[in-house]
Design a protein around this ligand. Structure first.
Ligand SMILES: CC(C)(COP(=O)(O)OP(=O)(O)OC[C@H]1O[C@@H](n2cnc3c(N)ncnc32)[C@H](O)[C@@H]1OP(=O)(O)O)[C@@H](O)C(=O)NCCC(=O)NCCS
Length: 191
């Protein structure tokens, strides 16, 4: 059974938490941290959705998520960032399932995509297990966070029809409606 989890829109007062999770030495190798101003922009700009992930019995803050491309004219929505403090307890999988539902059902995406560092085995396994298909690799496109050298980015995506097929085959367990109002299309969003 999936662990208890919900998303709520990030507020500017959450950004100390967001930045502390991002700068955690367990997470730094897998992401390129942002300046506070970039997070502020993602909280404010309508093309983004920035969420705090809350989980566990008391819905404590356990991480954050950023979606980008919510107004993309090609309906290509990016899972820009997913970072959790609590690892290996199933929250990542539960969160990706919720985000897929949000992308395809609420934001009406045609394509939900992401890139992930090649060294990030855990995230690669998670996304592949959730139906994301590898599109290709951007060879040696990011510097290693420690020491010399480069890593490659693996671009992965899931298309609307692939998600619908997963639903039809029972591969997407039905989720309670946990979508915060803030994710619903805003006026001016691409239909
Ligand atoms: C990547 C991340 C979101 C995954 O969330 P999580 O809660 O740790 O993952 P889950 O417990 O849901 O496990 C998901 C899958 O990851 C894989 N996995 C879990 N722990 C692993 C480990 N120690 N080593 C390798 N793979 C592992 C397994 O395939 C697992 O699925 P399974 O348990 O059904 O076999 C989280 O670990 C994280 O925030 N990591 C740092 C930041 C990051 O890498 N973000 C993604 C950038 S693209």
């Amino acid at each position: 059974m999936s662990p208890r989890l919900r998303l709520r829109p990030t507020m500017l007062s959450d950004l100390d938490f967001v930045i502390s999770v991002e700068l955690d030495s367990q997470n730094l190798p897998f992401i390129t941290p942002w300046e506070r101003m970039q997070h502020e922009g993602a909280v404010r700009f309508p093309d983004f959705r920035h969420f705090i992930v809350e989980g566990g019995e008391h819905y404590a803050s356990i991480g954050f998520v950023i979606l980008q491309g919510c107004r993309n004219p090609h309906r290509s929505v990016e899972l820009k960032r997913l970072v959790l403090r609590a690892k290996g307890q199933g929250y990542g999988r539960a969160c990706v399932r919720l985000l897929k539902q949000m992308a395809f059902r609420d934001l009406r995406a045609h394509r939900f995509w992401l890139d992930v560092k090649q060294l990030n085995t855990r995230a690669l396994l998670l996304y592949a297990g959730e139906g994301f298909v590898e599109e290709g690799r951007l060879r040696e496109s990011v510097r290693l966070s420690v020491g010399e050298g480069y890593d490659s980015l693996v671009v992965m995506s899931l298309l609307d029809r692939e998600y619908q097929a997963r639903l039809a085959h029972g591969l997407e367990e039905p989720l309670p409606d946990l979508t915060p109002d803030a994710v619903l299309p805003r006026s001016g969003d691409t239909p």
